[in-house]
Each structure stands twice: as C-alpha cells, then as structure tokens.
Ligand binder design. Structure first.
Ligand SMILES: O=C(O)CCC(=O)C(=O)O
Length: 284
C-alpha cells in the first residue's frame, strides 16, 4: 500500500501519520482535513469557480448535467489562482504519493455545482472498478474535494457510504449504479458530510456516494481534483492542458505530476465525462 518515502518540507506529514491516513482511506474510502486553507484562499477559489461556471454554461456542452439543477464542469489548472497551492498541499501530496506512488498524475480539475432544486442522485461510483482494484485490492485513483461554501443541512450535502469502495459491483447497472434492492446497504452506512470553508477531503471515487436534495436557494459548489496512479486510464476521459507561460511558472514539484499537453492557447473544455445514469436524476 505505502512503499514511498514521506515527502519533506513545511507541513509534511511523517510516515506514521501518512500510514494511518492511507489505512483509513483503504477502510473507509474517504478521509478529511479540516482547515487546510484559509477563508481568503477559498474566497478566490469560489470566484474562479463562479467565473468558470458562467463561461461553461454560456456554450454548448461546457457544463454537463448530473441531474436536474446539478452540473459538472471540467477546467484547466490555470483557471484557478490557487491551483499550485492545492496541487502542492503537503497532506494531499503525502497521501497521493503513498497510495498512488511517486509518479502520480493529476488528470482532472473540475467542479460539481448542485443548485437550488437539485434532487437526490442515485447512489453511484464515478466509474467502473478497475481490474487492479478488483483483483489486487489496490486503489489506482483518488478524488480531492474542496468545498467553496460552508455546507448546511438544507443545501443537499454530499452523502457517502464508507467502506463500499471495494464492493464488486457486478450487479451494478453500468458497473456504477447499485440496484434499488441494494440501497439499504448504502443507507445503513450513509454519512452526510458538512465540510466548511477551508476543509478538504480525499476519497476513492469508487466509494458509493450521492449528492442529496438541495432544499435551499444556495448553490453548493465543490472542486474536484482527479489523481491517477500511472496507467490508471482516467486521463483519457479528460482534456487538461496548460499554456507554455503557465508551465514555465510552475514549480517542478507540480510539473512532476502534470503529464498534460503544453499548448499555445487553451481550448475551453467540452465535457467528455458524462455519467449517463446521472443525467436524469432520481425522482423521489
Ligand atoms: O454533490 C456532490 O458533492 C457530488 C455529486 C456527485 O457525486 C456527482 O455528480 O457525481
């Protein structure tokens, strides 16, 4: 599971603490760090997400539906002023190194926005279980989440069923959606998460989860950083790119984990990572 040396530098986790986090990730499928960033940093993130959301919704397939009043948008790293801080956060780098190996790759930067009126999603995982996970019990990708708002009960919190990341899923529709008769398994384990501004989490996108019904008028945007072990194959579903100037400005520690094309000018991303089963949402 963990065969790498702990990263060094300010705020780095020691090997023992990293091991503990990795074990929790393997047992629960999700871990959290309260107060990873200050409110000012998250304020800038919220502004950048808002700008990107408006831009994406202004063009066809810039934002994909993940159910009624719920969208997903994929963006390029340089659309976020805080990208380097996020990609270089010692808690994130230590966990990614340990779980995915030192050659891990950031393959996706995006965000989910459940708006007023979003309904309960069906329980799901974000993609089918890879063979490496099924056969060798090894996680080959992780999703980092950063809320841009203080989550309140009426905002349709994210709900997750800890410990379900290794459910084989051979009866799941599209290998991603448990059948309704299996819902009690997920409902019994369900935990609603109420992250506040500054909190971050890392989860396996295989851990069964759903966004819940937003009863409030408030949106609940959450940033997603998708990270792969080499060869995990998620990069092909995404279109991350950086400009030459931005690449030049990046610290080597961040460049080491970006294998994306370096381009003269960015092309706005047309969404490829549609999860068909989520488009209609769940009537409840
Ligand atoms: O509501 C959320 O935070 C996550 C939504 C989600 O799981 C999805 O759209 O795939």
């Amino acid at each position: 599971m963990s065969n790498t040396t702990a990263p060094t530098g300010p705020g780095a986790l020691d090997q023992g603490r990293t091991e503990e986090l990795v074990q929790r990730l393997y047992s629960d499928g999700i871990i959290g760090l309260p107060g990873a960033f200050d409110r000012k940093w998250v304020g800038a993130l919220a502004e950048d997400v808002d700008v990107a959301f408006r831009e994406a919704r202004s063009r066809p397939n810039g934002a994909v539906g993940r159910g009624p009043h719920r969208y997903y948008v994929e963006i390029h790293p340089e659309q976020l002023r805080g990208f380097v801080d996020l990609a270089n956060h010692p808690w994130i780098t230590a966990v990614c190194n340990s779980v995915l190996g030192p050659e891990y790759e950031i393959v996706e930067v995006g965000f989910d926005v459940p708006l007023a009126g979003a309904v309960n999603q069906p329980w799901h995982r974000d993609f089918p279980m890879p063979a490496e996970t099924r056969d060798n019990h090894r996680l080959t990708s992780l999703a980092v989440n950063v809320t841009t708002v203080d989550t309140e009960e009426d905002m349709g919190p994210f709900e997750i069923a800890p410990g379900t990341q290794f459910d084989l899923g051979d009866t799941f529709e599209h290998e991603m959606f448990p059948a309704k008769f299996d819902y009690p398994r997920y409902e019994e384990r369900a935990q609603r998460k109420y992250p506040k501004i500054g909190d971050i989490s890392i989860r396996s996108a295989l851990t069964i989860h759903r966004g819940t019904k937003n009863h409030s008028p408030k949106p609940r945007p959450v940033l997603v950083l998708g990270v792969d072990a080499p060869g995990a194959g998620n990069a092909e579903h995404h279109d991350l790119a950086v400009t030459e100037g931005y690449w030049e400005s990046l610290p080597q520690a961040v460049r080491d984990h970006l294998r994306c094309p370096i381009v003269e000018a960015l092309t706005p991303i047309t969404q490829k990572h549609t999860i068909e089963g989520l488009v209609m949402g769940e009537a409840d």
